[in-house]
Design a binder for this molecule. Structure first.
Ligand SMILES: Nc1ncnc2c1ncn2[C@@H]1O[C@H](COP(=O)(O)OP(=O)(O)OP(=O)(O)O)[C@@H](O)[C@H]1O
Length: 337
């Protein structure tokens, strides 16, 4: 039987569809108690990976396990893992409740559980309406209710925000966070980082079937150094003063602006005042996670040969080191934000 840990472990997973390599030597682990985003552009291999994890596609090589076991060795899998994959169909003439009753019987849970999950996803008032009349958002909720029937320890959702309006996305965020905070495991795929950024703690970013980043979202944000953009009266004087004060990277831009990495607007402003350099413009640019996501996954559809050694961002450990170095640089200034 499985180990009950709630861990998802993907190790050296590869899937070849004829000449197409959908997933290539992918490895990552998802821990319980967190919501992990599984991010990548369209065609990156997310659905194929999730389908291998759920035992719907056979890997060409490698393993994907939940609780230390492949899906077909989980015993009663619906009790361990609930999933929502794209394009799941419902019988259009069947009511939401009847749909759930059919599934409840199939996995051996009492009928009462159908009413409970309808309540959990906010569909109680639509329990007796036909699924064929549901909006896309309601169908997403019904699919989630189906996944929850077995009260699973692990939830795997493929693009769950598709079709949800902003209110639905906010509801889903709260639901998934509270589900994970109870010690369960949640893995959510998306091709839009912005859509899930507020929901997830951890992120696995893939491109062309390979892992580009695996780690905490706040660390990813930290790896993007904040910059200050300043328009000084005397660029050369301020640049020299900034470098002497320990700013790691000061770059002139056209029209007399300077970009200053690793410093706050307050630090730059104070230094300019000390030096008697007038300032005509000053702003801080915060980390743009979406931009970083595009950088990490850039070129997926270009004609470049895939995956030269060393291509892509440094591994997470190295990113952690870079992050710490940036923090130290900022501390050298001794200023406050
Ligand atoms: N059954 C299949 N036969 C052949 N090629 C496939 C099959 N399933 C997926 N692929 C190919 O594998 C690659 C990865 O597809 P996959 O659907 O896993 O990506 P994805 O990241 O989920 O994309 P999306 O966000 O568009 O769903 C694509 O090039 C796709 O065309």
């Amino acid at each position: 039987m499985h180990d009950g840990s709630g861990r998802i472990v993907v190790q050296n997973l590869t899937k070849q569809f004829g000449p197409v390599t959908a997933v290539q030597n992918l490895s990552f682990a998802v821990e319980p108690g967190s919501v992990t985003g599984f991010l990548g552009p369209n065609g990156a291999g997310k659905t194929t990976t999730l389908r291998m994890l759920l035992g719907l596609v056979k890997p060409t090589a490698g393993t994907a396990t939940i609780n230390g076991r492949p899906h077909d060795q989980l015993g009663n899998p619906a009790r361990v893992v609930g999933s929502v994959l794209e394009n799941e169909g419902f019988h259009p003439k069947r009511t939401a409740r009847n749909h759930l009753l059919v599934y409840a019987a199939a996995i051996g849970v009492p009928d009462q559980r159908a009413d409970e999950v309808l309540g959990l996803v906010g569909l109680s008032s639509a329990a007796h309406r036909k699924a064929g009349d549901f909006s896309l958002g309601m169908r997403q909720r019904l699919a989630l209710a189906t996944a929850l029937l077995g009260d699973p320890q692990v939830l795997v959702l493929d693009e769950p925000a598709n079709g949800l309006d902003p209110e639905g996305i906010a509801w889903l965020r709260t639901f998934l966070r509270s589900y994970a905070s109870g010690g369960r495991t949640v893995l959510v795929s998306s091709h839009l980082l912005a859509e899930v950024e507020q929901t997830i703690d951890q992120v696995v970013i893939i491109s062309r079937g390979q892992t580009m980043y695996h780690g905490r979202v706040d660390q990813l944000r930290g790896s993007q150094q904040a910059r200050v953009i300043v328009l000084p009266g005397d660029g050369a004087k301020l640049a020299t003063a900034l470098k002497e004060a320990g700013a790691p990277d000061v770059q002139p831009m056209p029209d007399g602006w300077l970009t200053v990495a690793g410093a706050t607007a307050r630090q730059v402003g104070d230094l300019a005042l000390q030096q008697g350099v007038p300032i005509y413009g000053l702003r801080e640019e915060t980390a743009d996670l979406e931009k970083l996501f595009f950088q990490l996954t850039a070129g997926q559809f270009s004609a470049q040969p895939p995956q030269q050694p060393g291509w892509g961002p440094p591994p997470p450990q190295q990113q952690q080191v870079q992050y710490q170095q940036q923090q130290q640089q900022q501390q050298q200034w001794g200023g406050q934000r």
